[in-house]
Design a protein around this ligand. Structure first.
Ligand code: NAP
Length: 250
């Protein structure tokens, strides 16, 4: 019996990176996992296969977030496979591809549509599906609390907004025993950061130096934190912003 046996989880953006790490960890802990993805069906199938080959259970849901009616379609797909959810992890997110001086209205709107509006409506439309005693985990960023990378201001603002959702939702859902928390990673080695980490000469060393622990984070570093919050051990932690930056803010 795993800590999450009998539970059902929905992890957005679970085809790759941090979301995949979270989906695999929750699957190993016994949860049946809805592996949400945007466009990369092959990668989502790989996540499902990895969970199943470790003895778990999973299914894939493909809906591009940041499009009209996105959250409604995610839940409609989800409902075809399961009749309630215990753990919602709002992980899917995009970064700003251009610095402050160059960012345009369209890109700003897209950042907010994917990183803020989608999690808001996934939570709003998911509230009735969430079972009492459930969990919501929003994947924020250390940049919501630090001007370490000021050029990414629009992206960081989306995570600040997500953190307000965490705080207020914890009050709204608390009476039902549902906890809501933000987990804030620092630099994690994923496709999202590949250009910075592996495409520049000193990216890896620079990112490692941010952390008090002297290395770049991995998806598993974040997944293990989410697993704690998702488990019964995390029942008394809610409305919290959990620094999972490896000490990059200290
Ligand atoms: P990633 O490697 O780029 O993976 C992103 C995941 O989200 C993929 O599964 C992708 O699906 C999905 N996704 C992206 N845009 C989507 C959309 N419009 N609709 C549906 N799905 C979409 O990213 P990551 O680095 O793992 O980041 C995951 C989360 O952690 C994000 O919220 C990010 O802001 C946050 N974060 C990351 C870091 C870091 O250093 N990596 C640090 C702090 C916070 P497809 O594969 O189908 O495209």
């Amino acid at each position: 019996m795993g800590a999450l046996t009998g539970k059902t989880a929905l992890v957005t953006g679970a085809s790759r990176g941090i979301g995949r790490g979270i989906a695999e960890r929750l699957g190993r802990d016994g949860a049946r996992v809805a592996v949400h993805y945007g466009t990369n069906e092959e990668a989502a199938k790989e996540t499902v296969a990895a969970i199943e080959s470790a003895g778990g259970s999973a299914f894939a849901i493909g809906v591009e977030l940041g499009t009209p009616g996105d959250a409604e379609r995610v839940w409609a797909e989800f409902d075809r496979h399961a009749d309630g959810v215990d753990i919602l992890v709002n992980n899917a997110g995009i970064g700003a591809s251009r610095p402050f001086e160059e960012i345009e209205e369209k890109e700003y709107d897209r950042l907010f549509a994917v990183n803020v509006k989608a999690p808001f409506f996934l939570a709003r439309l998911g509230a009735d599906r969430l079972r009492d005693g459930g969990r919501v985990v929003n994947i924020s960023s250390g940049l919501a609390r630090s001007a370490l990378m000021p050029n990414l201001v629009a992206y960081s603002m989306t995570k600040g907004a997500l953190d307000v959702l965490t705080r207020d939702l914890s009050k709204l859902l608390g009476p039902r025993g549902i906890t809501v928390n933000s987990v804030a990673p620092g630099v994690i080695d994923t496709d999202n950061t590949a250009e910075f980490l592996h495409g520049t000469e000193d990216g890896q060393a620079q990112a490692a130096a941010f952390s008090a622990l002297g290395r770049v984070g991995t998806p598993a570093d974040v997944a293990d934190v989410v697993a704690f919050l998702a488990s019964d051990d995390g029942r008394w932690v809610t409305g919290h912003w959990l620094d999972a930056t490896g000490g990059s803010l200290t």
